[in-house]
Ligand binder design. Structure first.
Ligand code: CP
Length: 309
């Protein structure tokens, strides 16, 4: 099989194991390409891609743009701030105006869960979800699971704990889906107030004691506390959060094992993770970023192979 079974990448939920393995094989080839002296291939010459970001981003936005340029696509970058969205233009009007300029693919980040799904019902271009509110962030989960595979040799059977603000995290949901499809065991750990009420129904283990979670896992993916999404106080203070749920060297050194440390970024150093952990040899945080380019090249390349109906 050399094609994805989907025209859009809206979420990991729409992929199966075959799709993910195809993305990984393609990403491995592109990773080799981007480490050559000449990093560019002509695969998407004549394809125009619009990166439409209604929310802030550093890694995802730059990584998609670089992936597109490495594939020789023509690239349009749109940020809601400074655009006519500020004059009241709707999402659909904005996108249709961009598509009228003959755009083939849309990469979109939006604060509303389901925004890319809504668009996919109204436009013909391929859509890639670059994060929709608290819902999904599929390319992040793909690059995370690819990075686990690269570091540990396999994902099947690995025990992965996702730590922190699960309630507001699109990274958590997409990672849970991707890890389960690939046969990993998943645990979530955080304060009870930041764990969704029905999270167990997704088939994950639930833990509120960080030491027990770290004793259980092979890999810890540590999430940022998303203060910008929190409408109320979910814990007494950041200091207390760091004390009870922060991952620090002292805690890791007290365990009788080595754990692979991940974080999707941006990091709040000293809150969910200390610098001596984030920058340690066990951390693959910057490998995740490097792999993000190869994974996004693979997704763009594979989706571009499907003609919109
Ligand atoms: N991991 C991630 O989505 O980072 P950005 O918000 O910087 O894109």
């Amino acid at each position: 099989m050399s094609q994805l079974k989907t025209k859009h990448l809206l979420g990991i939920k729409n992929l199966d194991r075959e799709d993910i393995e195809l993305i990984f094989r393609t990403a491995s080839n592109f990773k080799e390409v981007i480490n050559r002296p000449i990093k560019k291939v002509p695969s998407l010459r004549d394809v125009t891609i619009a990166n439409i970001f209604f929310e802030n981003s550093t890694r995802t936005k730059l990584s998609f743009e670089l992936a597109e340029k490495r594939l020789s696509a023509d690239v349009l970058n749109f940020s809601a701030s400074g655009s006519s969205v500020k004059k009241g233009e709707t999402l659909l009007d904005t996108i249709n105006n961009i598509l009228a300029m003959k755009v083939d693919m849309v990469v979109m980040r939006h604060a509303s869960p389901g925004a890319p799904h809504f668009l996919s019902k109204h436009i013909d271009a391929n859509i890639i979800n670059a994060g929709d509110g608290t819902h999904e962030h599929p390319t992040q989960a793909l690059l995370d699971t690819f990075s686990i595979l690269e570091r540990t040799g396999k994902v099947e059977g690995k025990k992965v704990v996702i730590v922190g603000d699960i309630l507001h995290s699109r990274v958590a949901l997409s990672n849970i889906f991707a890890l389960q499809i690939l046969g990993a065991k998943v645990m979530v750990c955080g304060p009870a107030t930041l764990l969704p009420k029905h999270i167990k129904e997704l088939g994950v283990e639930v833990e509120t004691d960080i030491r027990k979670a770290l004793e259980w896992c092979d890999v810890a993916n540590i999430l940022r506390i998303q203060l910008e999404r929190q409408q109320m106080s979910y814990f007494p203070s950041l200091r207390e959060y760091a004390q009870y749920f922060g991952v620090n060297k002292q805690l890791l050194d007290s365990l009788d094992k080595e754990i692979t440390i991940m974080h999707p970024g941006p990091i709040n150093r000293g809150i969910e993770i200390t610098s001596d952990v984030a920058d340690s040899e066990h951390s693959i945080i910057l490998d995740q970023v490097e792999n993000g380019v190869a994974i996004r090249m693979a997704v763009l390349y594979l989706l571009a192979g499907i003609n919109p109906d």
